[in-house]
Write a protein that binds this ligand. Structure first.
Ligand SMILES: C[S@@+](CC[C@H](N)C(=O)[O-])C[C@H]1O[C@@H](n2cnc3c(N)ncnc32)[C@H](O)[C@@H]1O
Length: 265
């Protein structure tokens, strides 16, 4: 099932991911006037963080609604410095060697062909440039929570047993692909903490995520859709209580990594 990231209210999630955008941009060590490409830019968190450090940024994403939100966000502050264009990680709409830094905050990891996405990021990186991106890790409370939901959806929709895909967080998978292009990378662990006044507040917000909207529509279309939706709701309630780290409100830790890759010296 192809996901339309323009569905629902991704903006709510973008606000939660903003600290990761800051961390990726910090890791890119941008200098004023540098040219940056933000792959899978969504509503522009990392593009804006890069512009705040003086970079000239192009945000690329397939989701037109999110690009429109990004364009509105930069209109008054960074209209001269940031532009958003429709595109895919596997076919970036920019010239070879045109970017001092290619950055991505949980964006390029959604490209269906990881090798093609990495090849494109390398292609547009200028000599001496760097690629910096974030990827989720299969550890910690967020992973346990999402893993349970994905497994429920897969079973309900009759999807195949998941095969081990490309591990965007893992040096064993990243190393050989980057090495093919003469790049070498480093993987640094990081954490995001999601908080809310209550479990209900968090779950109702998550219900506006594009994946939740798309998943709910897919379950509703099943002959026993109502029962499947009720089952999903029960699972979410059970699992969110299990992962909640704050008995008086809501807190969940999300593990991720920041990957920094550059041409081998
Ligand atoms: C989790 S969101 C991250 C958005 C943004 N970077 C942020 O930090 O809020 C994932 C983004 O990847 C984009 N995306 C999905 N498939 C993509 C692809 N093949 N190439 C580039 N971006 C893609 C989605 O449209 C979405 O905006």
């Amino acid at each position: 099932m192809e996901l339309d990231w323009g569905l629902g209210e991704y903006e709510l999630t973008a606000a939660r991911l903003a600290p990761a955008a800051g961390a990726v941009v910090d890791a890119a060590e941008l200098e004023v006037g540098e040219v940056v490409v933000d792959v899978g830019c969504g509503t522009g968190n990392a593009s804006i963080a890069a512009a705040e450090r003086g970079a000239v940024v192009t945000g690329v994403d397939p989701a037109e609604r999110l690009l429109a939100v990004g364009t509105e966000r930069v209109r008054d502050r960074f209209a001269e410095q940031v532009r958003f264009v429709k595109g895919d990680a596997a076919a970036l709409p920019m010239a070879d060697g045109s970017a001092d830094a290619v950055i991505s905050v949980f964006g390029m990891i959604f490209a269906p062909d990881p090798a093609a996405a990495i090849r494109e990021c390398v292609r547009v990186t200028a000599p001496g440039g760097r690629i910096v991106f974030s990827a989720w890790t299969p550890t910690g409370p967020l992973h346990r929570f999402n893993g349970a939901i994905f497994e429920y959806m897969r079973t309900a929709l009759g999807g195949p047993e998941p095969e081990q895909g490309f591990r965007w967080h893992h040096p064993d998978d990243l190393g050989p692909v980057f090495a093919e292009h003469g790049f070498k990378g480093e993987v640094t662990p990081a954490k995001l903490i999601f908080t809310a006044a209550s479990i209900d507040e968090f779950t109702s917000e998550q219900g506006r995520h594009p994946m939740a909207i798309g998943g709910t529509a897919a379950l509703s279309a099943l002959p026993d859709g109502e029962a499947k939706l009720a089952g999903l709701e029960a699972l979410i309630t059970e699992r969110i209580n299990e992962v909640n780290e704050d008995p008086l409100a809501f807190q969940m830790t999300a593990d991720y990594v920041i990957i920094t890759a550059a041409p081998e010296a």
